[in-house]
Design a protein around this ligand. Structure first.
Ligand code: URA
Ligand code: SF4
Length: 203
């Protein structure tokens, strides 16, 4: 199986991990992406927020959640009374997976072999940060992290114990708010995301 495991450094602090991840060739996603987008944030963070995979902007800038979804997330964090630089932000998969659509690079769901290949990085990040709460941003991210048939996938905003963290919460992916087409749906998702982040901050 493809795996990032052989690229993991001996030193497991976040800086060493990020440096090593920059050279990861654990699966084929590295071939068409610009760079590894490793997690960002302090190792003392109480919250780890995990998304699905970097998008086009993140791929170019090398930082998670710096595009339009990141803007929604920033607002939700602020509404929950959290500073962006006090949480650790990362993704289940560290390279951008895309297909061309005209001049655009369209986001494609990460293949499951990339999700399993990339798991070693997330495990190392979780070990380095040892957060009080793990927040999965969206069901796709939650499935990538927790597995497909997690019963908790049905319930957003309610903490439960997972193999990763004593307090795990699934909430909305911030991009879900941007995609919403029904009146009021955008606001509702953004509001619930902020509420769930507040629950996480207080858990
Ligand atoms: N969507 C994600 O899931 N992660 C990012 O970093 C950006 C957008
Ligand atoms: Fe390595 Fe993950 Fe990138 Fe695959 S997606 S090359 S496992 S960092």
């Amino acid at each position: 199986a493809v795996s990032a495991a052989e690229f993991l450094p001996e030193a497991r602090d976040l800086d060493s991990l990020a440096r090593a991840a920059a050279g990861c060739r654990g699966c084929e996603l590295c071939e068409r992406a610009t760079q590894t987008v490793f997690g960002r944030g302090p190792s003392a963070a109480r919250l780890v927020l995990v998304g699905e995979q970097p998008g086009d902007q993140e791929d170019q800038q090398g930082e998670p959640f710096v595009g339009s979804a990141g803007e929604v997330l920033n607002h939700a964090l602020a509404a929950a009374g959290l500073a962006r630089d006090e949480v650790y932000l990362t993704n289940a998969v560290k390279h951008f997976h895309w297909e061309p659509r005209g001049k655009q690079r369209l986001h494609k769901k990460p293949p499951s072999r990339a999700i399993s290949a990339c798991r070693s990085w997330l495990e190392a990040e979780m070990a380095a940060v040892a957060p009080r709460v793990l927040v999965c941003l969206g069901v796709t991210a939650a499935q990538a992290v927790l597995g497909r048939d997690t019963r908790a996938l049905k319930t957003r905003g309610v903490p439960f114990a997972s193999e990763w963290c004593e307090r795990t919460i699934i909430t909305w992916h911030p991009a879900a708010s941007l995609r919403a087409r029904i009146d009021g749906e955008r606001e509702r998702i953004a509001r619930e995301l902020a509420e769930h982040l507040q629950v996480a901050a207080q858990a």
